[in-house]
Design a protein around this ligand. Structure first.
Ligand SMILES: [Zn+2]
Length: 574
């Protein structure tokens, strides 16, 4: 997030009308100063989703969804942060600062994308002239439409077909090597990496080719599958094959099905199950899990029923547990011996495969089945071992109903409570705002609350900030907010929240920002200045108390006495 200057984000959010951005996607109704709608992020009958043009942010009182125009684009259009920024910048005609853009937009990577696209075109053209490659796809039942949709191709035999065709100059050669299309032997000789293979281009989330997978035609050849190596553009632990096509085919993705191979994705797709993606020869990583759930609430993992499949499922489970926020579900489907999704959907059709998905094992059940393996739950030792295994895993589940139910299940199974002993998350959770216990604390809170409603209030303050030494919770945050507004006087509520988005204070700030304060904006100013004046007074008193304590213990020196007199006089002032 830090890669784009804050000033640019502020400027972008200031020029973007959040009501317009959301309004083109969700029907909004005007209600006083705000707009309301039925929440696009959860199912509801009466509208609890509000958009504030003044604060430039949205908030749902039902599910807690909230954020700026940027986060709306990320959540609704399922864009990455930088892509959402790009998209909004385009709307208002701003140019995202070049030198600060991520790897995928620097001029060098533009050339790399071009080289990959040229290779893609080359492979696709070769497919048209290769009888055996066409025959391969025909045999696997892949029709011409699907071939086009997935950009399938063929890399010819020999060591230099691609090289001869595209590597026409030194620069091009270097580019093609950087994007992983060449190999190099001991003598430094460069040759085509993919030879006599059918080719599957791998797309990023914007549909650009970033790598390739190649599969042998002759079952005797090996390796059966070959992927591009990791390159500046391609990190296999972060990409999912087929996600681009899934997003093209579904306006709303209800579920994602994670399979193992390219052909599984393609066969399912052609049979009408257009929500399948594949990991690229790796176990499911935490990045994958995040990407999956960002795109769909329900995720189904398909694995072979053998031991390797169970192990892979175990890995996937570990990656998804920390991402199991409420509203998300994960399922595990184990396939019969010798079958894969490709063969199954051809034998049983989409309805047969769907039926299997409907009977997939929920994460909760798979979790306890796995942990109970080789454990005898009728013995005390067995129960203890089970609890021992479960606790560190359960501790990773985010706060919420799912986590509660999982812990409850452990208690049912073993009689051991998992709460309390398990590491407790230290982040303040949305459902439990910091308690407003003392009067002092509520003063700081109300100042922060007012600032979040109307950041410009900070500009009305004398720039002394003596209060910042006050030893009270929230004071450093208040000081930070004030200095932030001074630096960026036009900052909106939404932009402030964006600034704190990654910080642990974010949920509390968001809660304060979404309050609707009673009264008029003019009154808020007085209220704010009054709160700040009281904080200054408390600071004064804190120092007086310190000096008095010192007086009792060690006595005051001359300098202290002068200070004390000044403080006492100031305390008397109105
Ligand atoms: Zn909602």
């Amino acid at each position: 997030m830090a890669r784009i200057p804050d000033a640019f984000i502020d400027d972008l959010l200031a020029r973007t009308d959040i009501v317009e951005v959301i309004g083109t996607r969700v029907p909004l109704k005007r209600q006083g100063r705000e707009y309301s709608a039925r929440c696009p992020f959860h199912d509801e009958r009466s509208p609890s989703f509000t958009v504030s043009p003044i604060k430039q942010f949205y908030h749902c009182f039902g599910c807690g969804a909230h954020g700026t125009a940027i986060s709306f684009m990320m959540n609704y259009d399922r864009l990455e942060f930088l892509d959402a920024v790009d998209e909004l910048a385009k709307r208002v005609g701003m140019e995202v600062p070049r030198d600060t853009q991520q790897r995928n937009v620097n001029p060098d990577s533009i050339d790399q994308y071009a080289a990959l696209e040229a290779a893609n075109t080359f492979f696709r053209r070769q497919l048209g002239t290769s009888e055996k490659a066409l025959e391969y796809f025909a045999r696997r039942g892949v029709d011409a439409d699907t071939q086009t949709r997935f950009g399938l191709g063929y890399a010819p035999d020999g060591f230099s077909a691609l090289r001869d065709s595209l590597g026409t100059d030194e620069r091009r050669m270097k580019l093609l090597e950087r994007v992983g299309l060449f190999s190099r032997n001991d003598k430094g000789h460069v040759y085509d990496k993919f030879r006599d293979r059918v080719m599957f281009p791998i797309h990023d989330r914007r549909g650009r080719t970033i790598a390739f997978g190649g599969r042998v035609l002759d079952p005797e050849d090996s390796p059966k599958y070959l992927n591009s190596p990791e390159t500046p553009l391609f990190h296999k632990g972060r990409e999912l094959y087929g996600l681009w096509q899934v997003r093209q085919a579904n306006s709303k993705i209800e579920r994602l099905i994670v399979v193992e191979g390219y052909m599984d994705v393609i066969a399912l797709f052609q049979h009408g199950i257009q929500q399948a993606v594949a990991t690229l020869g790796t176990a499911t990583t935490p990045e994958h899990a995040e990407l999956l759930f960002r795109n769909a609430p329900d995720v189904y993992f398909c694995f072979d029923g053998d031991n390797a499949g169970r192990r892979a499922a175990g890995k996937a489970m570990e990656s998804v547990l920390p991402r199991m926020k409420d509203g998300r579900q994960a399922f595990f489907l184990f396939l019969p011996e010798g079958e894969d999704p490709d063969s199954l959907v051809r034998h049983e059709g989409a309805s047969g495969f769907d039926l299997r998905l409907q009977h997939a094992t929920p994460l909760s059940q798979f979790f306890y089945d796995e942990l109970a393996k080789d454990v005898n739950l009728s013995t005390l030792d067995g129960k203890a071992r089970m609890a021992e295994r479960a606790k560190p895993l359960l501790a990773q589940i985010p706060d919420g109903a799912f986590g509660d139910l999982m812990r409850q299940r452990l208690t049912e199974l073993t009689g051991v409570g998992a709460r309390g002993e398990a590491p407790v998350q230290t982040q303040p959770s949305r459902t439990r705002p910091p308690p407003v216990s003392t009067q002092k604390r509520s003063l700081v809170r109300s100042a922060i609350g007012l600032l979040l409603q109307q950041p410009a209030l900070a500009l009305a303050l004398e720039p002394t900030d003596t209060f910042s030494v006050l030893r009270q919770p929230g004071v450093p945050l208040l000081a930070e907010l004030i200095s932030l507004v001074r630096e960026r006087p036009d900052i909106t509520t939404g932009a402030l929240l964006e600034y704190f988005a990654e910080r642990e204070e974010a949920p509390a700030l968001q809660k304060l920002a979404s309050q609707n304060l009673p009264g008029e904006a003019e009154k808020w100013r007085d209220e704010f200045l009054d709160a700040m004046a009281q904080l200054e007074k408390q600071t004064l008193q804190q120092r007086i108390d310190e000096l008095q304590a010192k007086q009792r213990e060690a006595g005051l020196d001359d300098e202290d006495k002068v200070e004390m007199r000044a403080l006492l006089l100031r305390r008397l002032a109105p």
